[in-house]
Design a protein around this ligand. Structure first.
Ligand SMILES: *Cc1c(COP(=O)(O)O)cnc(C)c1O
Length: 432
């Protein structure tokens, strides 16, 4: 599709570009949950930078802190030198997030991408256990660099590696083998002598699968996984890159599940402002890194320290934000469940998926899901699809979205479903 408007990108930017193909719009500015194009169209944003903008675009209180810091010539780049911004962030994160939850962790600032946090977590688990094998799960997504790609199941993504991807054994996620098949029992059996699986350094898991299709683990299953990890001397790593920072309705996705992961990966919305920033929380007993053993030029980002601290203070130091969020989640789920039910009249396998503000509807096929996403886009809503087969319409609204904008976005989504599914039933009638 050659379009004059996008010719600079089409001529000069690599073919690897992806989201811009599904949503061909040139963005001019954005505020909260609304994006404005150069042509002055506006779009409600149910995508939120794949979950990197949990507090919306240009969140005002965070922006104020950032502007003041820049205005004061606060240091932007400092490798991993001690800075005031870093100290303030660490202190606030410990005081407002970790200590109230009774969580004892050290922080490690990795390179700024999520995949680099996962790389660091895998390296550390292998170093701690002196083992190679890592157990990852069906439909997992952990990033695109070689180590984390090896733990990503999607064949199209793996294909890009160009080398063999090793050191990972895939096991079935909860309910992957069917509603009534206990996949944890299966894993337990496979890890016994005779199963043929090398003793694992770690189990790496997403509690809500982001790219892989919005399946979730139950508290009980996750507790049993943790027990299994302990039994085998393996670490439990929770990749909370997409499901963390409030996405699930709580700061961490596994809160109230009564587990204590050994390493927790955070990235996407950690800065709160869409700035690149990643961090691993490490059980202090396992912090056996040698100085510089996982180095990187952009570890810790002072601008992100400033906005991340501001986000914790603004949203997570009082319960009001979480309470308001839970009300919005309730509203969103009621509407999506109703839409899923209506969809089932035409697509019997359609169902609601996900948790918190990370949820959607499986509509059975990539064809239907992408048509819905495109119809919504034409009507001013940005909503993506996910799943290995692209069969899920996935919603990631900003946690700060105003209720009327959320309602408006859902109206557009419903109309898009009706358009696409109505079209399908019409075609079936014609061919019948
Ligand atoms: C996005 C994501 C990653 C990778 O983060 P990047 O910043 O894209 O490298 C890893 N794990 C999960 C669960 C993610 O959603």
């Amino acid at each position: 599709m050659l379009d004059q408007k996008f010719s600079i990108f089409e001529f000069y930017e690599s073919k690897v570009r992806s989201y811009c193909r599904d949503f061909p719009v040139k963005i001019h500015r954005a505020k909260g949950s609304v994006i404005h194009s150069v042509e002055n169209y506006s779009y409600i944003d149910f995508f939120s930078g794949a979950g990197a903008l949990n507090y919306g675009h240009n969140c005002e209180p965070l922006k104020k802190k950032l502007m003041a810091y820049l205005d004061d010539d606060g240091v932007t780049h400092s490798l991993d030198f001690y800075t005031e911004a870093k100290e303030d962030f660490i202190k606030t994160f410990q005081e407002k997030i970790l200590i109230p939850r009774n969580m004892r962790y050290k922080v490690q600032f990795t390179g700024p991408t999520g995949t680099n946090a996962v790389e660091a977590a895998l390296k550390l688990a292998r170093k701690v256990t002196k083992r190679t094998n890592v157990i990852a799960f069906s439909n997992a997504f952990h990033g695109m660099s070689l180590g984390s790609l090896a733990a990503t199941s999607n064949p199209k993504k793996r294909q890009g590696a160009g080398v063999s991807l090793g050191g990972v054994t895939f096991m079935p996620y909860e309910r992957y083998l069917g509603e009534h098949y206990d996949s944890l029992d299966f894993i337990d059996q496979m890890l016994k002598p005779g199963g043929g699986i090398e003793a694992p350094a770690a189990f790496l898991i997403e509690t809500i699968q982001g790219e892989g299709g919005l399946r979730c683990v139950s508290a009980n299953w996750l507790q049993r996984l943790q027990a299994l990890a302990r039994e085998h001397g393996a670490l439990l790593i929770i990749d909370d890159i997409q499901s963390g920072c409030g996405r699930s309705g709580r700061f961490f996705s596994f809160e109230e599940m009564d587990v204590a992961p050994d390493i927790i990966c955070l990235s996407k919305s950690l800065s709160g402002y869409g700035l690149p920033f990643s961090m691993n929380l490490i059980n202090p007993d396992f912090d056996i890194w040698e100085p510089g053993e996982h180095n990187g030029t952009f570890r810790g980002n002072n601008l992100a320290f400033v906005t991340a601290k501001a986000a914790v203070e603004e949203f997570w130091s009082e319960p009001v934000f979480e309470q308001a969020l839970h009300q919005k989640i309730g509203y969103l789920h009621v509407r999506l469940e109703a839409l899923a039910e209506r969809t089932r009249l035409l697509v019997p396998e359609a169902h609601f998926l996900g948790r918190g503000f990370m949820c959607g509807i499986s509509v059975g096929s990539e064809d239907i899901a992408s048509k819905i996403s495109q119809a919504a886009f034409s009507a001013g809503l940005i909503v993506e699809t996910c799943g290995v087969h692209g069969q899920v319409v996935k919603l990631l609204p900003a946690l700060t979205i105003e209720l009327d904008i959320l309602a408006q976005g859902l109206d557009i989504l419903e109309t898009a479903f009706d358009q696409v599914l109505g079209f399908y039933s019409y075609c079936e009638e014609k061919t019948a």
